[in-house]
Design a protein around this ligand. Structure first.
Ligand code: NAD
Length: 311
């Protein structure tokens, strides 16, 4: 039931995830609206389809890895979308690994469960939908060491585990539809705020006369230690091999973090939970994007404390 896998969205993450599925022996067909992204797969002899609908017609399972909620809605519900021939669908499972808002995940899950499964028309079995966003950036996508956080039917999650383990090292089941998206948004919210916190502390300390390297060494063996200080330090020159050491090239784009914070703020509003730090983080990342840092790694938030100038 997992033999033919359709993959839509061959960008920074998706191209690497699809490649790992191919390496694991799955029969993969792909689609991307951008011909250049699809071309690298044509060149490797992979079946490339023109529309999401054609992907659905050829697949047992479809995986999507797209930028945002509107793109995912479009690919599922659009005129040539995955659910276009919704009278009876070929795939028994849809997995969306994009980072999108939990409400959209739940809406799509409802639409999928409203469709019939072509193979099982007589017994009225329904296709499944899992929201399965990932943690780990481009390097983890390439190495096949992503972590998946999965919402939806547990039965479908267990049946799809070998797919997750072909693209990642871990998968964590989070409960019903949309819960994977909730987990991902909360993870990125905490990560954004910790990155801002470390940047602010290092900027203040540096201005008061202690170097960022010394401060980071202290944080890393003290109570301020966190991923933003010891693994992904935002100050140029403190660590090798991280985006801050290469002018914030590569990594996780600030515009994606701004999008995730928009979703976090909207979700917190929806839940009527106070979220003052989310709002501050949202403002800071949108300002950074407006100042031309859209494509730079999100750790360039350190620049916020120097008005975009070199430190
Ligand atoms: P990307 O922009 O590099 O790739 C997205 C791809 O989707 C592009 O190739 C684009 O052409 C394609 N696409 C867009 N709309 C389409 C449509 N309607 N039909 C077909 N193809 C379409 O994005 P990415 O960096 O690969 O990120 C994808 C998702 O993963 C995002 O939701 C992001 O937040 C999340 N994510 C990214 C990272 C990271 O480090 N880049 C890490 C974790 C999660």
């Amino acid at each position: 039931r997992l033999k033919n896998v359709g993959f839509i969205g061959l960008g920074n993450m998706g191209s690497r995830m699809a490649t790992n599925l191919l390496k694991s022996g799955f029969r993969v067909s792909v689609h991307d609206m951008n011909g250049v992204a699809a071309k690298q797969f044509v060149d490797r002899g992979v079946l490339v389809k023109e529309t999401p609908m054609e992907i659905a017609e050829a697949s047992d399972v479809v995986i999507t890895m797209l930028p945002s909620s509107t793109h995912v809605m479009d690919v599922y519900m659009g005129p040539n979308g995955l659910l276009h021939s919704s009278s009876a669908l070929q795939p028994w499972l849809f997995i969306d690994s994009s980072t999108i808002d939990p409400l959209t995940s739940r809406k799509i899950s409802l639409s999928v469960s409203g469709c019939a499964l072509k193979e099982k028309l007589d017994c009225q079995e329904k296709p499944f939908m899992l929201d399965a966003p990932v943690s780990g950036g481009i390097l983890a996508a390439e190495a096949g060491s992503l972590t998946f956080m999965v919402g939806g039917s547990e039965e479908a999650y267990l049946a799809a585990e070998s797919l997750f383990l072909s693209m990642g090292r871990d998968s964590i089941y989070c409960g019903g539809a949309g819960n994977g998206s909730v987990a991902k948004i909360c993870n990125n919210l905490a990560m954004a705020i910790s990155m801002i916190g470390v940047s602010e502390a290092l900027a203040v300390g540096q201005s008061l006369g202690v170097t960022a390297s010394t401060l980071s060494r202290i944080f890393n063996c003290s109570t301020a230690r966190c991923w933003s200080s010891d693994t992904y330090n935002p100050v140029p020159g403190v660590m090798d091999g991280v985006p801050s050491s290469r002018d914030y090239q590569g990594g996780f784009a600030s515009k994606l973090m701004a999008k995730d914070l928009d979703i976090a703020a909207a979700s917190a509003n929806e839940a009527a939970i106070k979220h003052p730090l989310t709002c501050q983080a949202q403002d800071i990342f949108h300002k950074l994007c407006n100042e031309g840092n859209e494509a730079k790694d999100f750790s360039c938030v350190f620049r916020h404390y120097y008005g975009g100038k070199d430190e």
